[in-house]
Design a protein around this ligand. Sequence first.
Ligand SMILES: Cc1cc2nc3c(=O)[nH]c(=O)nc-3n(C[C@H](O)[C@H](O)[C@H](O)COP(=O)(O)OP(=O)(O)OC[C@H]3O[C@@H](n4cnc5c(N)ncnc54)[C@H](O)[C@@H]3O)c2cc1C
Length: 825
Amino acid sequence: MEILIFWIVLISTLAVLAYSRASLTMFTAAVTVVLAIATALHIVGTLSWIIFLIVALPLNIASVRQQYLTKPLLKLYRKIMPEMSTTEKEAIDAGTTWWEADLFRGNPDWHKLHNIPAPRLSTEEQAFLDGPVEELLAMVDDWHITHERADLTPEVYQYLKDHGFFAMIIKKQYGGLEFSAYAQSCVLQKLTSKSMVLSSIVGVPNSLGPGELLQHYGTDEQKAHYLPRLAKGIEVPCFALTSPEAGSDAGAIPDTGIICKGEWEGQEVIGMRLTWDKRYITLAPIATVLGLAFKLYDPEGLIGDNKDLGITCALIPVTTPGVKIGRRHFPLNVPFQNGPTQGKDIFVPLDYIIGGVSMAGQGWRMLVECLSVGRAITLPSNSTGGIKAVAMATGAYARIRRQFRLPIGKMEGVEEAMARVGGYAYMADASTTMSVGAIDLGEKPSVISAITKYHMTERMRQAITDAMDIHGGKGICMGPNNYLARGYQGAPVAITVEGANILTRNMIIYGQGAIRCHPYVLAELQAAQIDDERAAVTAFDKALFGHIGFAISNFFRTFWLSLTGGIFSNAPYNDATAKYYRQMNRFSASLALMSDVAMGTLGGDLKRRERISARLGDILSMLYLTSAILKRYNDEGRKVDDLPLVQWGCEDNMAKAQLAMDELFNNFPNRIVGVVLKRIVFPWGRTLRKASDITEHKVARIMQTPSDSRSRLGHYLYLKNEPLNQLGMMEQALKDILLAEPIFDKVSHAAKKRLPFYRLNEVADLGLELKVITEAEANQLRIAEKGRLFAINVDDFDSEYIAADKTLPQQGPGALAKDKKEHAA
Ligand SMILES: Cc1cc2nc3c(=O)[nH]c(=O)nc-3n(C[C@H](O)[C@H](O)[C@H](O)COP(=O)(O)OP(=O)(O)OC[C@H]3O[C@@H](n4cnc5c(N)ncnc54)[C@H](O)[C@@H]3O)c2cc1C
């Protein structure tokens, strides 16, 4: 019996120490104390001490441990260490880790999360949003842009250039706006709420491209020449990386630069002969300067010994003889400027390389470093603006549109789809704000930018599909009154660019996250590469034993948190949100354990097991998105009216994380490991549920009822009620309908029948006739009817207007009848 108690005490002590991540010294001290007490009570004897000393001494004496344990393990590790290409190494080295690393490491500190300052707009940035952005949006007619002209108008281009829209990232000393990432995000969201083409054209020069590359890596001369010209819009940039042969595998571009001597401005100089064939390049058809990525070779050794320098970026003015440019692709009826460019054997001087000769071969590093930032801004912001706009419009439409004598938004089936749109709108704003906030704090968050890019664009695709369903035929018939169709058509564009989503999910999020966020894996890899054997062993020893302690701790944390559902774990608030913090404590520990098990059992093979990697990435992503929701709720003052949106998002994410884990266990390559992991992580099965019907009902109600919560859902959108702004007109129509409803009820009551809620002008006349409403109330009914008709009506056109080729004969009424004369009669 005593011996049983001894073992229980010993194991519990070890478990508690492991749970709280105690050091090896603490472990040793604790076991010594337990053994001493047990010896005093005559429960254990000398043998126990001998076994303890055999284990503890080598572990605690560094020189012994390193000689007999670490050295052989390092040798083995070097044999099985996964190989990494240079491009992979550069991608891993680029950027920083931030809050996602805390989530990855199994023990997030919630006070740290809530102490991260929320991003704020400066007075100047706010003034820009209220001034030039609104003025610009008032000029824009999206139907004209997307259908009639397939481009922005010259006036809009000029306005963009004159007001620095292309220079939000360029520093003030060069004439740019030097806006924070948060301000850029707000501007892009607002632009998207009226025109995707506009936000795409503004987004690109402010994202990865010549402006960003020059500011980071350009020579002083390049900066002095180009940046003021880019800021003023004298130069229009594009960035050409993708080629027909290399899309996702951009490191494999076949475009080349051969260093050679040639004639430049009448003199013989060392330069490069460039040959490229690029496609899909945004702004290329109207660009004045091409940022070009190519592989640079120096076969004659003109600039050094290295013959294969690698990917290099240069700036090529499009006026350079031989540059082919100007034709356009037609991206899914969202016709922003995008097209191919080619050049063959075009000789340019070496100082066209961004950063000069010293940056030859550094192109990939430059790109991935800039992408760690850019990928978190443009596409997530455009997607977030899109989701929020869709949520506002759908809420209004679902309240205005009636079928079966009820607003469709009150029907349970519609509520389900609405809740997704509203829930995603809240979450998208939360995560984009948090991610751009990280950039403003000086981070280059490569893992977060991949998470945000992937999930915001996917949520946008889902939200717009739901919105289309809710709008029925209204969403399908194209025309100036359709505020959804272009978003629906264009959703796959955002999914594909800056790293197509399947690849982002399967390779980038976890592929980079695992190595960058893990506290010891990168250190182990780096230690194994150290040439000096002593230094290598010392570094490897530190990383390896840290790793072992970390893994043991994660095992005990997972075991305990899974067994208890995390209910005893820490949450910073004891309210309706507490359970989400606790669920995340649990899943964060599980992720840390699963990561070590996956890396330990699959080793370098994990890279090729994309679906394992994708699911681990999903768990990390869900933790990140959930923490962003909780942070937003906190930063906005914990407004209880917003709780349904918070609950919906947290529950949706946690259920998705749970599903990802389950699928991971069911598909784990080593079946025994999969089954054991499943037993540890899900001792009671899959216990978490998606949001309830009641929560979904509450979210749908928020979307349909003007309130502070609803306004927060749509902040930084362009909601002005003016012609050509369908979103603003829908907002007004919603308000007018809600004002008309009690008046309508009064008339119905007086008429002693349930009138249908249409032809409200006739209802107004009836009300006046029955003398139950005032002239002002009658007027409100007439205004509401106008808004109602605007909301539900769709456009129709003459056949000739729709056809692109106006010269072809069209089928008019009766044109297909066999006997046209008979038909006419
Ligand atoms: C409208 C538009 C604008 C663009 N703008 C620019 C620009 O300005 N500059 C520029 O340089 N490029 C630009 N691009 C190119 C864009 O970045 C590429 O389209 C993208 O990288 C994907 O390449 P791809 O289209 O050739 O698809 P592919 O590489 O052929 O990929 C096809 C599919 O396979 C998946 N896939 C590929 N490899 C893997 C893998 N290892 N694991 C899992 N899945 C994988 C991808 O995710 C994708 O779903 C633009 C593209 C479009 C459509």
